[in-house]
Ligand binder design. Structure first.
Ligand code: GDP
Ligand code: MG
Length: 464
C-alpha cells in the first residue's frame, strides 16, 4: 500500500485555439468529488450515485460554480478503465480558449492542480497501461510532420520496438541461462560446437541491433527534408517545371533569359515525404553582378542537393551539350530533363547528347512543359526517386535515447565476443550480457529511473 498522496491533475487536452469543441481532462483520486462540485443539470448538482451509474457514458450537463459557464458533455471513466488507469473525467466544452482557461481556474479552485507536460501519459505508463516505447510512440504520432513519419510512429504505437526488444531479451536470457549453468555445474570445458553455437547466437543478436540502428538512421535521413534542386542554362524551362511540380505559378516564367536571378525554395510533400523544391538562376556568363551572385548561390544549391534535376532546352543543341559537359561529374546522380521537346532542334542528334548521357550512366526524360508531354512519366520517376529509395519495412523511428541504448547493447555484445575470443571464462562475460539486458530493460521502461522518465515525458504537450 502506498502512503504517497496522488494529486488530481487537470489540463486542456485539445490545441489552444478555437474549434468546435475543447476538451479538459481530469485524472486522479479526487476526480469524482471535483467533478461533482462543478457539474449540474437544471441547476441541480449531479449526484455521485448518478455518475457511478453512468460510467463511460456521455452526460449532457452544465458546468460552473455559482455561475454556470457552459453546457458540456461529461464522461466519467472509473479506474482502471481509463487512459491513465486512474479515475478520470473528460469535459467537452465549446472550443473557445478564454472559456477553457476560465474553466481550468474553476478546477484549480476546487482542488485539482495543473498537469505537467506528458503527465497523463506518464501516469498511464506508471499504472502499467502502456510500456515506455508505446508512450514514446504517442509523442511521435503527435509530432509527425509527414505521412511517412506518421506511418513509422504508428508502427511503434502498435508495438514494433516492444516486439523487437522482447525478442532480443529472450535471446539474451537464454544465453545468460546457458552461461550460468556452465558456471554452476560444469567442471569440463565446453565443446567446440557448443561454443561456436554461442558465438553465433551473440552475433545474431548483434546484427539485429545493427540493422535496427541502420534502419533508424535511414528513416531519419528520409524524414529530414530532401532537397530537390532544378538546375540548368537560362531559358530552358526550369521555372516552368518548378511551377508544374508545385501545381501553381510560383516562379516567374518568361522568354527573357536571366529572369530567375536568385534561387527560390518551396517546402512541399511528394508521396507523403517532405521535400524542399528549389528553382535556380540559369547558369551563364554575365556581367550583371547581382545575377553572378545568384548563379554562384545556385551552383551551391545544386552541389548540396539530394536530388538533382538538370533542365535542358531541346531547341538548343549546342548549349545543351556544353552544359552537360560542364556538369559531367554530376551526371550519374542527376535526372536530365530535356524540355521543349515540341521545339526539338533539327541538329539535336548530331551532338550525340543521349550517348553522352548514357556513357556517364545518367538518366534522361524528354518532356514539354508547354504540351505536358512526358510530364507524368517524369513526375512518377521523381516520386519513386524521392521515396527511393527504400522499403519502409526495414525502417524504424527511434528516439535518441533508444539509439543510445541499442548502441550500448551492441557494445556489450562486442565486448562479450572479444572476451570469448580471449578464452575468458563465462563468469567474466556473463556480466556483459547482464549489461545488455539492463539496456533492453531501459528501452521498454521495465527498468526505470526518474531521469529516463523525465526525458521521455518532457517531449509531450500539456494535457497528454
Ligand atoms: N515551346 C516551349 N516553350 C517552353 C516550354 N517550357 C517553357 N517554355 C518557355 O520558355 C521560356 C523560358 O521558360 P522559364 O521557365 O522561364 O525558363 P528558365 O529560365 O529556365 O526558368 C518561357 O517563355 C516559357 O514559356 C516548352 O516545353 N515548350
Ligand atoms: Mg527561371
Amino acid at each position: 500500500m502506498s502512503f504517497l498522496k496522488i494529486d488530481t491533475i487537470v489540463a486542456i487536452s485539445t490545441p489552444l485555439n478555437s474549434g468546435a469543441i475543447g476538451i479538459i481532462r481530469l485524472s486522479g483520486p479526487e476526480t469524482l468529488s471535483i467533478s461533482q462540485k462543478l457539474l449540474s443539470k437544471n441547476q441541480i448538482p449531479l449526484e455521485s450515485k448518478f455518475l457511478q451509474a453512468n460510467t463511460r457514458k456521455a452526460i449532457y450537463c452544465e458546468f460552473g460554480l455559482e455561475t454556470k459557464i457552459d453546457k458540456i458533455l461529461f464522461i466519467y471513466f472509473p479506474s482502471p478503465h481509463s487512459y491513465t488507469g486512474e479515475e478520470m473525467g473528460e469535459f467537452s466544452f465549446h472550443g473557445n480558449i478564454i472559456l477553457l482557461k476560465t474553466a481550468l481556474q474553476l478546477f484549480f479552485k476546487v482542488g485539482a492542480r495543473p498537469a505537467e507536460r506528458g503527465e497523463f501519459t506518464k501516469r498511464a505508463y506508471l499504472n502499467g497501461k502502456i510500456d515506455l516505447t508505446s508512450a514514446e510512440a504517442i509523442a511521435q504520432i503527435i509530432h509527425a510532420r509527414s505521412q511517412f513519419e506518421l506511418e513509422l510512429a504508428q508502427k511503434n504505437a502498435f508495438g514494433e520496438i516492444h516486439k523487437l526488444t522482447s525478442m532480443l531479451r529472450s535471446e539474451l536470457l537464454n544465453l545468460k541461462a546457458e552461461c550460468e549453468a556452465e558456471i554452476d555445474f560444469s567442471t569440463e570445458d565446453l565443446t567446440f560446437e557448443s561454443m561456436n553455437e554461442r558465438i553465433n547466437r551473440i552475433k545474431k543478436v548483434s546484427s539485429i541491433c545493427k540493422n535496427t540502428l541502420d534502419g533508424s538512421n535511414r528513416a531519419n535521413s528520409l524524414i529530414e527534408k530532401a532537397k530537390v534542386v532544378i538546375f540548368g542554362p537560362p531559358n530552358a524551362g526550369k521555372s516552368s517545371l518548378m511551377n508544374l511540380i508545385l501545381g501553381r505559378e510560383r516562379a516567374i516564367v518568361s522568354e527573357i533569359p536571366g529572369t530567375t536571378r536568385d534561387y527560390l525554395a518551396e517546402d512541399i510533400h511528394l508521396e507523403g515525404l517532405p521535400i524542399r523544391l528549389v528553382d535556380t538562376a540559369g547558369v551563364r556568363t554575365t556581367s550583371d553582378k547581382i545575377e553572378q551572385l545568384g548563379i554562384e548561390k545556385s551552383k551551391k544549391e545544386f552541389e548540396t542537393a539530394n536530388v538533382k534535376i538538370v533542365v535542358l532546352d531541346a531547341g538548343n543543341s549546342k548549349e545543351s551539350k556544353e552544359f552537360l559537359v560542364s556538369i559531367s561529374e554530376n551526371l550519374k546522380n542527376s535526372i536530365i530533363v530535356i524540355n521543349k521537346i515540341d521545339e526539338k532542334s533539327p541538329d539535336w542528334n548530331s551532338y550525340e547528347i543521349y550517348k553522352f548521357i548514357e556513357d556517364k550512366n545518367g538518366k534522361y526524360f524528354e518532356i514539354s512543359c508547354k504540351t505536358q508531354k512526358g510530364i507524368p512519366e517524369f513526375v512518377d520517376y521523381l516520386n519513386s526517386n524521392i521515396n527511393s529509395r527504400e522499403n519502409s519495412e526495414n525502417l524504424i523511428l527511434l528516439e535518441d535515447r533508444n539509439k543510445y541504448l541499442f548502441q550500448r547493447i551492441l557494445d556489450s555484445l562486442d565486448t562479450t565476443l572479444h572476451l570469448i575470443d580471449n578464452k575468458s571464462p563465462a563468469e567474466i562475460y556473463v556480466k556483459e550480457i547482464d549489461d545488455a539486458l539492463i539496456s533492453i530493460g531501459q528501452i521498454n521502461g521495465k527498468i526505470d529511473t526518474e531521469e529516463i522518465l523525465g526525458r521521455v515525458f518532457s517531449k509531450f504537450c500539456i494535457g497528454k
